[in-house]
Design a protein around this ligand. Structure first.
Ligand SMILES: Cc1ncc(COP(=O)(O)O)c(C=O)c1O
Length: 434
């Protein structure tokens, strides 16, 4: 059994000065306490008790190149003496903006921000300014940051969420003004009839429809064939902007994100996380006529750290690796992720534990269920969470770090040796669960 005595002592001490002992609520959940880490390197994290973890959390997505990737660190380090924030432009911004516009589907213009949460807020404002409408349509189980406007029905309790065919918006936190619910329409995802109904019920009111093009936060679930194209068409018919939140899927579902993978193009897209390989960077990009409202119509967007020197350098260095050979690293990532997914499914079958392993090779989840793989949030929450948590804990004892839903993020640093080691450990963990 691994010991976490130093983490436990540090957590007790930290709680006295840092609210809840953490800097983000999603970090509460780990056991026996929120753990403290000394350092990360490649696929590994080392905690303050000296335990090594093969890390499949990867900062919840950013560390697509593994922890502390050398080329990124070196380029950022070389930039440090030049300064950090100028409250002005610098050539690194131009270089990155040009590169992203050239690379990404539907991105004619970008604007940089610092976190996904605020980039989503900017997309909402752009959609409202462009269409002159107020409501945003979002989907149950989709997370778009913790703001008042977006943290709605991201993980609702089903006894509060209303019927599946017409969910009611549920505020995700105390302290959110009830008025935000009036501006939000919630629909079930992955079902075009539900979206068509919701848009028809709110005809002429919806400024934008936002979704994770592959649902990840509510449980990794790919879109049904034709769903993204159909959603885009419905948005067009109703005069609403189609907004893809690729904060997780960007540079993870493939070099060109979920849109590249599935061949659809949004009006506006939010990228963050993997784009800067661990440094804080988010962006909104998309149609020039929509983005031009920033200038033409005076739509306000600000942010002291937007476009800061180090985040630009980090993204440029990351793109050198991700773009090489038109995304050659993604071919490895797909192969290794598929091997891991199939290996986990085979292990569960061997131990007679009913699971479905679903998602994309670089972000997937082990669902404990006898039923079919989930196709939406309600299916995902119907799976056995206690068993998922037991598997997560058993994995942690084996030195494998996943998130509490037994969700797995993969990086290019997870080579075949690491995957094989992981599968051996997962076999013992699954035996413990069985
Ligand atoms: C899909 C999605 N959108 C938005 C966000 C918010 O991003 P941030 O945590 O950078 O504010 C997240 C964070 O996990 C996310 O997964």
């Amino acid at each position: 059994m691994r010991r976490y005595d130093t983490s436990i002592a540090l957590y007790e001490r930290t709680r006295k000065s840092l609210a809840g002992g953490v800097s983000s609520n999603v970090r509460y959940a780990s056991v026996p306490v929120p753990l403290f880490f000394e350092r990360g390197e490649g696929a590994f994290l080392y905690d303050v008790d000296g335990n090594e973890h093969i890390d499949y959390v990867l900062g919840n997505g950013p560390a697509i190149l593994g922890h502390a990737p050398k080329p990124v660190i070196e380029r950022v380090a070389a930039s440090l003496a030049r300064g950090q924030v100028f409250a002005a432009q610098h050539p690194g911004e131009t270089a990155l903006a040009e590169r992203l516009c050239r690379l990404l589907p539907g991105i004619e213009v970008v604007r940089f921000a610092t976190s996904g949460t605020e980039a989503v807020l900017m997309a909402f404002r752009l959609a409202r300014a462009f269409t002159g409408r107020t409501k945003i349509l979002k989907f149950e189980g989709h997370y778009h940051g913790w703001s008042d406007q977006a943290y709605i029905s991201a993980r609702p309790a089903l006894n509060e969420a209303g019927p599946a065919n017409a969910p009611v918006p549920v505020a995700g936190s105390p302290g959110m003004p009830p008025s935000v619910l009036d501006d939000t329409v919630v629909a079930g995802w992955n079902d075009l009839d539900l979206l068509a109904d919701a848009l028809a019920r709110h005809k002429g009111e919806v400024a934008g429809v936002i979704m994770e093009p592959v649902m990840v936060n509510g449980g990794p679930t790919p879109p049904k064939p034709g769903y993204l194209e159909g959603a885009r068409k419905l948005c067009q018919e109703h005069g609403a902007l189609f907004i893809c939140d690729e904060v997780i899927t960007g540079f993870r579902a493939g070099l060109r994100g979920a849109q590249g993978r599935y061949g659809v193009t949004a009006d506006l897209t939010i990228y963050a996380k993997a784009v800067a390989a661990g440094f804080p960077l988010a962006m909104v990009g998309g149609r020039r006529d929509v983005m031009d409202t920033l200038l033409d119509r005076g739509v306000m967007h600000g942010g002291t750290y937007n476009g800061n020197v180090q985040s630009m350098e980090a993204a440029l260095a990351a793109l050198d690796i991700l773009e090489a050979g038109d995304g050659a690293v993604y071919r490895d990532l797909e192969r290794r992720g598929t091997k891991l997914m199939e290996g986990l499914a085979a292990i569960a079958a061997r131990h007679r534990v009913p699971v479905k392993v679903q998602g994309l090779p670089a972000i997937f989840q082990v669902y404990f269920t006898e039923g079919p793989a989930p196709s939406n949030y309600r299916d995902a929450v119907a799976c056995d969470r206690d068993r998922a948590l037991a598997f997560h804990r058993a994995l942690q004892d084996e030195g494998i770090r996943t998130n509490q839903q037994a969700k797995w993020f993969l990086s290019v640093a997870h080579d075949d040796v690491i995957i094989d080691r992981t599968l051996d450990a997962a076999d013992r963990a699954m035996k413990a669960v069985a």
